[in-house]
Design a binder for this molecule. Structure first.
Ligand code: GDP
Length: 230
């Protein structure tokens, strides 16, 4: 079983000085609101309500931390965190909260040393909105890896899926030297194993064995790190 299936809510953070001080790797999940970020996190974790925390009134502008895995030296500590960043692009957001978003997210994305990568969640029908571009441009400067998850792939036919993936890879290649991209659907489960594998790899968690992945995913997938306890 993948370590992501035991993901659990850890903490919620509104201001950057509240960030955990544990020095554990963090993988951020970002996306335009309604892109399918909560659904993707829940699907990957095989849970119905994990990312529900991020939708709770008062927490939608917060960074929500989900603990994953077990620390090799301390069974009471997680191995790392999936960090659900506030969804962006609400039409009705005030200028004040937009600048709070820019400041909080911008600083976190650019400066957080625990951050090991970014999972960029985009609707496969509308990748790279202006705000996605802004976020990637901020993040690309850190030279950390970006993994694009193109959600709601079930809404596209085969050829449109392929061209969405191609266009995303082309744009990512222009922005960042370290990138991967995949199609995803919570509805028909397209890409769930690929996402699991890539997330575990980025967080340094044991790689789930025996997953079948898209041959296009540029991940070293022959590697079989022993599962903890084996
Ligand atoms: P978030 O705001 O990015 O967290 O988006 P949500 O996860 O709440 O999803 C927004 C809407 O898209 C909801 O109505 C979901 O049911 C729908 N949705 C999410 N993922 C998928 C998917 O893979 N396929 C389809 N068809 N709909 C999806």
């Amino acid at each position: 079983m993948s370590a992501l299936q035991q993901a659990r809510f850890f903490t919620t953070v509104d201001r950057l000085h509240q960030l955990p001080l544990l020095g554990l790797p963090e993988l951020a999940f970002a996306g335009r609101s309604n892109a399918g970020k909560s659904t993707a996190i829940n699907t990957i974790a095989h849970q119905k309500r994990l990312a529900f925390a991020s939708k709770t009134p008062g927490r939608t502008q917060h960074l929500n931390f989900f603990a994953v895995g077990t620390h090799p030296d301390d069974p009471d500590m997680p191995a790392g965190f999936m960090v659900d960043l506030p969804g962006y692009g609400y039409a009705e957001v005030s200028r004040e909260s937009r600048s709070h978003w820019q400041e909080t997210l911008g600083t976190y994305i650019r400066k957080r040393s625990e951050l090991v990568g970014l999972v960029l969640i985009m609707d496969a029908r509308r990748p790279f909105t202006d705000l996605d571009e802004t976020l990637v441009q901020w993040f690309a400067k850190t030279d950390k890896p970006i993994h694009a998850l193109l959600t709601k792939a079930d809404k596209l036919n085969r050829s449109d899926r392929a061209s969405a993936l191609r266009a995303t890879r082309t744009r990512l290649a222009e922005l960042s030297p370290f990138h991967t991209a995949q199609l995803f659907s919570a509805l028909d489960k397209t890409g769930v194993d690929e996402a699991d594998l890539r997330i575990c790899e980025l967080l340094g968690l044991p790689i789930p064995v025996d997953v079948s992945v898209d041959a296009d995913l540029q991940v070293e997938r022959t590697k079989k790190t022993p599962v903890q306890g084996e």
